[in-house]
Write a protein that binds this ligand. Structure first.
Ligand code: C2O
Ligand code: CU
Length: 491
């Protein structure tokens, strides 16, 4: 039980149930409420090469289900924020305004931006003060599903609702489907009086566990519905924007054909009847759900064990109800064969970077460490332009950690350093409890300090974070990076 404080193992069932929100009085389940929808950002620039939008962070009252109206932290008043659509190579200009009561920033998760656009206060930019503005302006170099969220007190701000999706299309990769949908998975913690739970609820145990909201949302709605003809082929692109929760998806034994992950299409598809999407990850799938005309099928999330107590006392969540039209089911058809040429990275000559993740108690408080230091004491990992590194991440903690690297994609490799098939680009990788995962990353010439951290944001807050110092960036004019949620703060 290395690194696991006895206090945490001594969590009572009552505490766990409270942490999980299982005892919460809010009705999070029910019949399908509304059709699946997702607000889209409005491009004000007529130039086809430029997507230019306004984005305002502000609090807003949002109805997540009839009878459950909450005051959330939003982008443009919606939960999640508006879907931003761009084409690969477009320039994206975002006029961002902060109307929240706290400073914030926007981080573009997975997008290979220049460091000045990475949204990390103290490293990339100064935090945008309440009433302040900042213009994000960068090229989107890769096709895929990305997402945006704050990088200031992230556990609190993401937990209050600040997330949104960015889809970057490559016209050369078009796949014939009946519908192409972006599906944003999240959760939110609501108290009995309808207000949001404080970000420090459950104290130290809550942090170590990773707080989950008991209301599970699909495009901001509780169990929305979508209508389709049985047997028709759809493309569903999932992003898990929850601050701690993993989603283990099943659809009554129906198959998912995974065609892409974080960094776009994989070299070839993979099939399965279950999808596990850790916090921060994306999954791009083809589905051809079938059933009786006029009938229904439910996409469900099964409890997933991401560590001590995270799958016990849990319920199955109905995420999305598929309503079949009365038309006869289409015969099973072969799905489009997607493929993508991905050059495998080579471990030959790669610099070895070994990271050991632990959990210790310092002055009565739990602290996550990477190689013996929490983020605020850690030395950056040095990297040079053009260098390839082989990262070996060993998780000695009783909880899984979805590790995210800013600014770069990597290839997951086996013990011998060979990329695992099908080849794919990732930016977030689940390192299960007591296991080791490895990846190869090749750094380009975007010098700067790039964060890496656990995307269970409470873990990042409690130290599970560090940075790569690529090249010789000039000292940041923005002071030091502060990420932490001051105790008792929030609203
Ligand atoms: Cu979505 Cu620092 O990450
Ligand atoms: Cu973690």
């Amino acid at each position: 039980m290395t690194g696991t404080p006895a206090a945490v193992l001594a969590l009572t069932v009552t505490t766990l149930v409270a942490l999980l929100g299982a005892a919460a009085p809010v009705a999070a389940q029910g019949p399908p409420s509304s059709p699946l929808r997702l607000a889209e950002a409005h491009d004000v620039n007529p130039d086809p090469g430029i997507v230019e939008i306004e984005l305002t962070a502000r609090t807003a009252r949002v109805a997540v289900t009839p009878g459950l109206v909450i005051e959330a932290w939003t982008y443009d008043g919606g939960l999640p924020g508006p879907l931003i659509r761009a084409r690969v190579g477009n320039r994206l200009i975002v006029h961002f305004k902060n109307q929240l009561p706290q400073p914030t920033t926007v981080h573009w998760h997975g997008v290979r931006v220049p460091i000045a656009m990475d949204g990390v206060p103290g490293v990339s930019q100064a935090a945008v003060a309440p009433g302040g503005e900042f213009t994000y302006d960068f090229v989107v170099p890769d096709a895929g599903l990305f997402w945006y969220h704050p990088h200031v007190m992230s556990a609190a701000q993401v937990g209050f609702g600040l997330t949104g999706a960015l889809v970057v299309e490559d016209p050369a990769e078009e796949i014939p489907v009946a519908a192409d949908r972006v599906i944003v998975l999240s959760d939110i913690a609501v108290q009995e009086d309808g207000t949001l739970e404080p970000p420090d609820s459950g104290g130290d145990a809550g942090t170590v566990f990773g707080r989950e909201g008991q209301v599970v949302l699909v495009n901001g709605q509780v169990n929305p519905s979508l209508t389709m003809r049985a047997g028709s082929v759809e493309r569903w692109r999932f992003v898990n924007t929850a601050k701690s929760r993993y989603f283990q998806l099943v659809m009554d034994g129906q198959l998912f054909t995974i065609i892409g992950v974080d960094g776009g299409l994989m070299a070839s598809p993979a099939e399965g009847d279950t999808l596990v999407i850790a916090a921060g990850e994306r999954m791009d799938v083809l589905v051809a759900p079938t059933g009786s005309p006029g009938g229904q099928l439910v996409l469900r999330a099964l409890p997933f064990n991401r560590g001590y107590g995270s799958s016990e006392f849990r319920a199955v969540d109905d995420l999305l109800t598929i309503q079949f039209t009365p038309e006869p089911a289409l015969p099973r058809q072969p799905l489009a064969k997607t493929s993508r040429a991905i050059e495998p990275l080579s471990a030959d000559g790669a610099t070895r970077i070994d990271l050991e993740l632990t959990l210790v108690t310092v002055d009565g408080k739990s602290e996550f460490q990477v190689n013996g230091a929490p983020d605020w004491k850690a030395k950056p990992i040095p990297a040079t332009v053009g260098e390839t590194q082989l990262w070996t991440v060993t998780n000695k903690v009783q909880w899984s950690h979805p590790m995210h690297l800013h600014g770069f994609f990597f290839q997951v490799v086996d013990e011998a350093g060979r990329p695992i098939a099908p080849l794919a680009w990732k930016d977030t990788l689940d390192v299960p409890l007591n296991e080791t995962r490895r990846f190869l990353v090749k750094f380009d010439d975007r010098e700067g300090e790039w964060m890496y951290h656990c995307h269970i944001l409470d873990h990042a807050d409690a130290g599970l974070m560090g940075r790569v110092r690529l090249g010789n960036p000039p000292p940041s004019p923005f002071g030091s990076h502060q990420e932490h949620t001051p105790t008792g703060s929030g609203r």
